[in-house]
Design a protein around this ligand. Structure first.
Ligand SMILES: O=C(CO)[C@H](O)[C@H](O)COP(=O)(O)O
Length: 233
């Protein structure tokens, strides 16, 4: 209950970064969905924006709430991306991908002038890595890729990474992302040097993208029990 209330406060504060005429990147996850509901209300009151969804689920929720969508390939500029995160450290480095949408989220955040992140207090950490790092991989040879990810994380200073294929709710079939890939969840405990992990993971051919978002977020909104705290870099 506490986290839901905090997410709602963060989502409401994120509306402060939205202006008529903007094309928005629409993030994925439960906090992003609260934001979409609030955005839909503003649109009914006359706000004129359109959004590029970062997942099929976000596209569905946007439509349900009357948020106009635009095809990603019809857009040459995004003003603001508004998204959630699984972890945020003091340098606004993030872990994302708990909802398996990290590839599209990163493409859209990277193409945006500004990334605004909304989190509840539980997502704030001193060092990234308590939340297992999601890595999106090509299904071909994923076991080989998993071994290389293990080695890369070790080389980046992670003590004992544990790399597990994410499965669907039935616990059997691999979860398939919107882009047709697998997710390998890497329990790290702590990632002492996120930039190094980023560099080594990117060198692996089977890795499509990973959930470390470094140097992208410039605004972090932390929902608290009675209000939201806005932090800007
Ligand atoms: O990265 C994400 C999806 O890929 C989400 O932003 C992240 O998992 C946070 O989700 P929630 O707002 O439900 O806590």
């Amino acid at each position: 209950m506490g986290a839901e209330r905090q997410k709602a406060h963060a989502a409401a504060a994120a509306l402060g970064y939205v202006e008529s005429g903007m094309t928005l990147g629409l993030g994925s996850g439960s906090t992003a969905e609260i934001f979409l509901r609030l955005l839909g209300e503003r649109i009914k009151d006359g706000l004129d924006v359109r959004g590029v969804p970062t997942s099929q689920r976000t596209a569905e929720v946007a439509r349900e709430n009357g948020v106009p969508l635009i095809e990603v390939d019809h857009v040459d500029h995004l003003a603001v991306t508004i998204d959630g995160a699984d972890e945020v450290d003091g340098r606004f480095q993030l872990i994302k991908g708990g909802g398996a949408c990290l590839l599209r989220e990163k493409i859209i955040a990277h193409a945006s002038d500004l990334m605004v992140v909304m989190v509840d207090e539980s997502k704030l950490v001193d060092t990234l890595g308590k939340f297992p790092l999601p890595v999106e991989v090509d299904p071909f040879g994923f076991s080989l890729t998993a071994k290389q990810i293990y080695d890369a994380l070790k080389k980046a200073g992670v003590n004992a990474p544990d790399v597990q294929l994410r499965r669907k709710g039935d616990g059997l079939a691999p979860l398939i992302t919107d882009g047709g890939h697998y997710i390998l969840d890497c329990a790290c405990g702590a990632i002492p040097d996120a930039a190094l992990a980023d560099r080594y993971l990117k060198e692996i051919p089977g890795v499509v993208e990973h959930g470390l978002f470094l140097g992208l977020a410039r605004v972090v909104i932390v929902g608290e029990d009675s209000e939201a705290r806005v932090m800007e870099l």
